[in-house]
Write a protein that binds this ligand. Structure first.
Ligand code: C5P
Length: 228
């Protein structure tokens, strides 16, 4: 199943409190974003890939993959949705068509397994909407007030963690993101834009270790996987 990829990589990664955006932190001599890109670049059905970068990003041009002809750059924006929209526009310029599948994947989610990517592509190939990799929550959930005291305990059986890749068709994804941005709706993933337009993305259960590196302990975990 042919597909395109957009990697939003224009965030500042404030929660990591590092000296650089988290996708450029190094593990075993390679940046996180290089691990992230591997899973797609080694897939035979990849049509093209766009990374959305901050305007003043000094790190990307230093990487070997910056010279890979299959990877194009797009300008990032103020919000994640702006960055993704910019990437989608770039895909149009590369020849992507209205109904082509696009996978959007976080730059700092470096442990995507080929088996998860395959399952996502296979399960959504005929889907009218598209969907995303997700994992059922395993811990009990608490809803709390600003004072840190528990309000209640929702039934966890219907809650999932939304991971990436998130897989939608180019035109419908562009329309949903544009509409959500124009309405000032705050969205943190692509699926919520589709939901906002009344569609229901499908959840594809993935591996729990497809983690987004967000906090220092996440980076330690990923480094340990790579023998560090
Ligand atoms: O902040 P969070 O970890 O949810 O960001 C997820 C992804 O979106 C990251 O890869 C980040 O670089 C990207 N992003 C972006 N443009 C923004 C904000 C976030 O490309 N304005």
């Amino acid at each position: 199943l042919p597909f395109w990829v957009v990697i939003p990589a224009a965030g500042v990664g404030a929660r990591m409190a590092a000296d650089r955006p988290k996708q450029y932190l190094e593990v075993a001599g390679r940046c996180l974003i290089e691990y992230t890109l591997d899973c797609f670049l080694t897939h035979p059905d990849l049509r093209g890939l766009v990374v959305c970068l901050a305007a003043d990003d000094p790190y990307w041009p230093q990487l070997p993959c910056a010279k890979d002809p299959r990877i194009q750059r797009a300008a990032g924006g103020a919000e994640r949705a702006d960055s993704v929209l910019s990437g989608l526009q770039r895909l149009r310029g590369l020849g992507a068509a209205e109904q082509d599948w696009v996978l959007v994947h976080d730059a700092a989610r470096p442990n995507l397994a080929h088996s998860d990517l395959q399952r996502l592509l296979q399960q959504l190939a005929e889907d009218p909407v598209g969907g995303l990799l997700a994992v059922p929550v395993r811990d009990t959930l608490k809803r709390a007030g600003a004072d840190g005291r528990v309000l209640d305990t929702p039934d966890r059986s219907c809650f999932w963690q939304a991971f990436t890749p998130q897989m939608f068709r180019l035109g419908p994804l562009q329309q949903a993101l544009s509409a959500a941005l124009a309405a000032g709706v705050r969205i943190t993933d692509e699926a919520s834009a589709l939901e906002w337009t009344g569609q229901s993305p499908r959840l594809v259960e993935g591996r729990a270790d497809n983690l987004k590196i967000t906090r220092p302990e996440d980076l330690q975990w990923f480094a340990a996987l790579h023998g560090q």
